[in-house]
Design a binder for this molecule. Structure first.
Ligand code: ATP
Ligand code: MG
Length: 464
């Protein structure tokens, strides 16, 4: 159970306080509301300051010199303060909502002067508190502070109705379970599972944003477990649901699903792409599982199937292309291996395949994977050794990328009298392979001679 804090007006940045005074001075009601009040009560840093007011959006725009009409129909105006510690503050007119016929957005939004009515439309008791730091008055009609103190998440009103109205709310519940480290009260939890259809209708990018916030929690596993136990994991990430109860082998203490969750928890919280890679790294295990005669299991080449499923899941959830590419690359390479007898050429081949910019993330993923096994911990000795070998290769300017090659695409086109196109790249790749094996051959006259003598554009391979 956590301690809650008394609210201290000194915690409110000057520009936010003047904004509230400006609205109140013009005869409107104005309070801090939602996530910022919740975070002040928890005693954690506030990320955005949200103001609720009885002023209509036009009145807010008229009162402040710099505003952005963020969502006028829903009553939101962003006021740009130029002071320290606040920046942009969202000012939203008190409102009531009705008629969620599509389980996504309310059909009607009506403005009101009534703070209580505005708090009633909010999702959870801990998010339905307001505070006027000027008069130092706290509004907590649903006992959100008591729920925070007891570590509980509870829907405002009837959770069935609230989740039926908006299918994003069950996802928010799972996210808050992870980020606030609270338990969901039984009635609210049961209503989550009953809202499967509503959740399935929510736009993919909104689901993705909740998953992204969940992955920033200390232990994302708390959120994923809520999703699994409520039946929603099968709706939003069926690929992860498929790993539940898939047994592993003697190197592992857990099934594939729990191993995945613990790997994700162990991945660095400040590296969202490594956490995503951790979440997806073993998705291919169910499909590649084979049993040996002694009953132990193998998962040969599961990393490729994992990368394929990771791409599928991230594409469906509308992750940006560069994230999909980086994360699936990490997943595909997560089984990398190192042995002391590796030649320098083997180290260069590893660097070529991984990309030097991904090595640190791959190491983090490996360490998390080991922690997630429940059998090993700490920084493995061989990673230190591989790291030293990589340093040596990087320091000695040995070629392992196309850019390091002493010839380029123009040279290939000229020497082979061939037009630009993918075949030029393929020829460069072959030259690079040769140079990775024999670094002394990264010599311009040699490579030009090689092009003239040994390559034909049709076979894409050296003629020797
Ligand atoms: P954070 O900003 O830390 O992600 P938050 O609680 O501030 O968390 P926002 O999405 O910024 O979340 O929303 C601000 C407030 O608006 C919430 O605290 C809640 O009161 C209300 N709210 C947001 N989304 C919903 C929703 N789908 N249904 C009902 N109320 C909501
Ligand atoms: Mg917020």
């Amino acid at each position: 159970m956590s301690v809650t804090r008394p609210l201290d007006p000194a915690a409110v940045p000057g520009p936010v306080a003047s904004l509230l005074r400006g609205l109140q001075g013009a005869g409107h009601r104005a309070v801090l509301v939602g996530g910022c009040v919740r975070d002040l009560v928890r005693g954690v840093e506030v990320s955005d300051w949200d103001v609720g007011t009885s002023a209509r959006p036009e009145a807010v725009q008229a009162l402040f010199p710099k505003t952005v009409p963020t969502g006028l129909k829903h009553g939101t105006v962003t006021v740009l303060t130029n002071g320290e510690g606040a920046g942009a503050v969202e000012v939203t007119t008190f409102r009531v909502e009705s008629g969620y016929s599509d389980a996504r957005r309310p059909d009607h939004v009506e403005f009101t002067d009534d703070l209580q009515a505005d708090l009633e439309r909010r999702d959870f008791t801990v998010n339905a508190m307001a505070w006027d730091p000027i008069a130092d008055r706290e509004y907590d009609p649903f006992a959100g502070r008591a729920d925070l103190a007891a570590g509980l998440l509870r829907a405002v009103g009837d959770p069935r109705i609230r989740f039926h109205e908006d299918g994003l709310r069950p996802m928010r519940a799972a996210r808050f379970a992870a980020t606030l480290e609270v338990a969901i009260v039984p009635e609210t939890f049961e209503a989550m599972g009953e809202a499967r259809e509503q959740v399935a209708r929510v736009a993919a990018e909104r689901i993705r944003d909740e998953l992204t916030k969940m992955l920033r929690a200390r232990e994302p596993s708390r959120g994923f477990e809520v999703l699994r136990r409520s039946g929603l994991l099968a709706v939003v990430l069926p690929e992860l649901q498929a790993t539940v109860a898939v047994p592993q082998n003697r190197y592992h203490a857990y099934d594939v699903y729990f191993h995945t969750l613990y790997t994700c928890d162990a991945a660095p919280k400040e590296k969202p792409e490594v956490r995503l890679a951790a979440l997806f790294h073993d998705l291919g295990k169910p499909a590649t599982r084979a049993e040996k005669p002694d009953g132990d299991a193998t998962f040969y080449n599961h990393q490729f199937e994992s990368a394929r499923l990771a791409e599928r899941a991230m594409t469906r959830l509308r992750y940006p292309g560069d994230v999909i590419e980086r994360v699936s690359h990490l997943v595909r390479l997560h089984m990398f291996d190192y042995r002391p007898e590796w030649s320098d050429a083997a180290v260069r081949r590893f660097l070529r395949a991984a990309g030097p910019e991904n090595v640190a993330d791959l190491f983090d993923l490996r360490i998390a994977d080991n922690v997630g096994n429940g059998t090993k911990v700490g920084f493995p000795h061989y990673l230190g050794e591989l790291s030293d070998r990589i340093e040596q290769v990087l320091a000695s300017a040995q070629a392992f990328t196309l850019r390091d090659l002493a010839v380029d695409g123009r040279d290939v086109m000229r020497e082979l009298k061939a037009p630009a196109g993918p075949k030029i790249g393929a020829v460069l790749e072959r030259l690079l392979e040769e140079v990775i094996e024999h670094p002394e051959r990264n010599d311009r006259p040699y490579l030009l001679k090689r092009l003239r003598e040994g390559y034909t554009i049709d076979t894409e391979s050296p003629a020797d």
